[in-house]
Every structure is written in structure tokens, then in C-alpha cells.
Design a protein around this ligand. Structure first.
Ligand SMILES: [Zn+2]
Length: 329
């Protein structure tokens, strides 16, 4: 029982002394990274990995903390466009990855109440779809009551190993996903292919559509960012054609559909090869990674901005959230 106590003391220190230090000293940009925002009672919350979601009440609490602390909130591209001397002492930028419909349903109305701008990083080919990522599909299969491990499951079971009877718990499902991550995305999608009929009857649209995006951009202070066309991780070895599609075409598609310039890019999974980084630098004003940290004058690279990922378990009290804002693990 020592460990939780140490953790709690550490969080309190980070949330008080650490946060006090962050608010003073050198100029800083804290970029918050959110994925999904859902009520815990929503089935979509239960079918999501714990590390990918905050509850709607946790998110509202985060915004209340930022408001009470009188933090300057602006988008990464607004901040990047300012001359260094005009940047506030402390800025928080709010970012959402992937383009989830729940951001529109549960986060943007809260942001509007506080008049906080944010950036939504959309995967252009994934709009208006059921959850397109394999972890969501796997969790649907493992957690839905009543499913049987039929012949169609064999390719997946070859990757996961023998599974206990379904449905699994959310934590068991998350452990299976962790285990699957040793395999390449293409291998996992191929193993899921025979299960597409099963999945089709247990899914709903979970990504934002064009009309909702238009409303978000027009009425909710949301800035459009690009998160590739199909969420390829931009690692070494991708062809020049694929890099062009994921980095340049995605931008053109989003700009044409929304009649506005897209200035900000988000690297899927935080991965980038030198070639991918170069292309992003040529076409965007700024880009965000998944590398954890606070941006300061000393480490600032606007094409590789550090972020702080937040999900429910690590940020569901104001003290834990302040500890996260301070850059604590
Ligand atoms: Zn993503």
C-alpha cells in the first residue's frame, strides 16, 4: 500500500509546487492531447481503451480549472503565428486527435461556454464512419455479450492466443490489445477481415461528418487540423506517393471541403521519418507529436510540438489535472 501513497504525495507536489513553477519562469506552451470525450454511461466509453478517453464531467472540470487559473487558451497555430515577444507567459492549447463524433457532442459545447478555441485533427478519409481503428474493432468483439468464437475468429485467435469465454472485461480487453500491438497494423486488419459481418452488426457511426465539422468550425471556435488521410504511421520506408497522399493530399481535401486553410498537422502515433517531417514542415505552419512535455523557448520546435496526453484515470481530480499540466508522469 506504500505505492499508492507515494503516488498521491507525488501528484500533490506536482499539482501544487510543480504547477506554481510552471506558471512562473520562462514562457511556456502546454498542448493538451485528447482523443475521446464521453459519459461513462455511454456504451462507446465502455468499448474504448482506458488510455483514449476522458469522461464528459472530467473534461468539463479540466476546462473549469483552466478558466479559474485565468490561463490563456489559444490554438497551436494561433500561438505559432505570434511573434515570440507577444506570446503570453503561459498558454494552453487544446487538441483532439482523429475526428471523433463525441468531441462534437460532448467537448465542443463545454468549450463554447468558456469561449476556448481548440484544434480538431481530422483523418480526412475516416469521416462519418464507424470507429476505423483496429483496437476499437477488437474491443467490440471481445466485450460484446453473446458473441461466440466461431470459425471466422481463427485468424484473430492465431494472433491473440486462446481467449477465455466472451465477453471479456474492459481491462482484459485492453491487455489483449497490448498483446496485439507486437503485430503490424496490416496483419491485424487482415485477421479482422473474416469478422467484418459480425462487426457491422455491432457498430455505429463514431467519427464526425462533414456537416457536424462545418458546424464545429463555424459555431464552436474549432480550428481544423490535419491528421493524414488514413492514419498511416509516417515511419521510415513509406513511398513518396504515400507520403504525398497522407501529408499533402489530406490537407488539400480538407481545405477544399471546408473552404479554409489548414495550418496545423498531427503525426499519427507521434511517428515521423525525416522525409515525412520535411514534407510536413514544407506544407504546414506547425505540427504536434505525442512526445510528452511542455514547450519552452529552450526546446521549441514548432514542427515537432510536445504535448501532454490526458485520459480519465490520470486526470479525474483538479489536483491530478494540475499535476498533468505541470508535466508530471
Ligand atoms: Zn490518431
Amino acid at each position: 500500500m506504500i505505492k499508492p501513497l507515494v503516488k498521491s504525495v507525488w501528484q500533490t507536489l506536482a499539482g501544487t509546487v510543480g504547477w506554481y513553477k510552471v506558471k512562473r519562469g520562462d514562457k511556456k506552451l502546454i498542448v493538451l492531447m485528447y482523443h475521446r470525450v464521453l459519459p461513462t454511461t455511454d456504451p462507446r466509453y465502455q468499448f474504448e481503451e482506458p488510455g483514449m478517453v476522458v469522461s464528459d464531467t472530467t473534461f468539463a472540470m479540466h476546462m473549469q480549472v483552466l478558466s479559474e487559473e485565468n490561463i490563456n487558451v489559444m490554438t497551436v497555430s494561433q500561438w505559432s503565428a505570434l511573434p515570440a515577444e507577444q506570446r503570453p507567459q503561459l498558454t494552453v492549447a487544446i487538441t483532439f486527435d482523429d475526428g471523433w463524433l463525441d468531441n462534437y457532442e460532448y467537448a465542443f459545447p463545454v468549450l463554447k461556454r468558456y469561449n476556448f478555441a481548440s484544434t480538431l485533427y481530422v483523418v480526412s478519409d475516416f469521416m462519418d464512419m464507424p470507429a476505423p481503428f483496429w483496437p476499437n474493432k477488437v474491443l467490440r468483439l471481445l466485450l460484446t455479450p453473446g458473441l461466440q468464437q466461431t470459425e471466422a475468429w481463427q485468424p484473430l485467435l492465431a494472433l491473440t492466443g486462446t481467449l477465455p469465454p466472451l465477453p471479456l472485461t474492459r481491462d482484459q480487453g485492453a491487455a489483449v490489445i497490448d498483446h496485439l500491438k507486437q503485430h503490424g497494423d496490416d496483419t491485424i486488419y487482415a485477421a479482422l477481415a473474416p469478422l467484418s459481418d459480425v462487426l457491422a452488426s455491432h457498430t455505429q457511426t463514431e467519427m464526425i461528418n462533414q456537416q457536424q465539422l462545418h458546424d464545429a468550425l463555424t459555431n464552436y471556435g474549432v480550428e481544423l487540423g490535419c491528421h493524414t488521410r488514413r492514419h498511416y504511421r509516417l515511419v521510415e520506408g513509406l513511398s513518396e506517393t504515400l507520403l504525398q497522399e497522407e501529408i499533402v493530399q489530406s490537407k488539400q481535401l480538407l481545405e477544399a471541403a471546408n473552404n479554409q486553410r489548414v495550418a496545423s498537422f498531427c503525426f499519427p502515433n507521434g511517428d515521423f521519418s525525416p522525409a515525412a517531417h520535411k514534407l510536413v514542415s514544407e506544407h504546414y505552419d506547425c505540427a504536434v507529436t505525442t512526445k510528452r512535455g511542455i514547450n519552452t523557448a529552450a526546446n521549441l520546435q514548432t514542427s515537432k510540438l510536445l504535448r501532454i496526453g490526458v485520459h480519465n484515470d490520470i486526470s479525474n481530480t483538479p489536483m491530478k489535472f494540475r499535476a498533468k499540466l505541470s508535466g508530471a508522469r
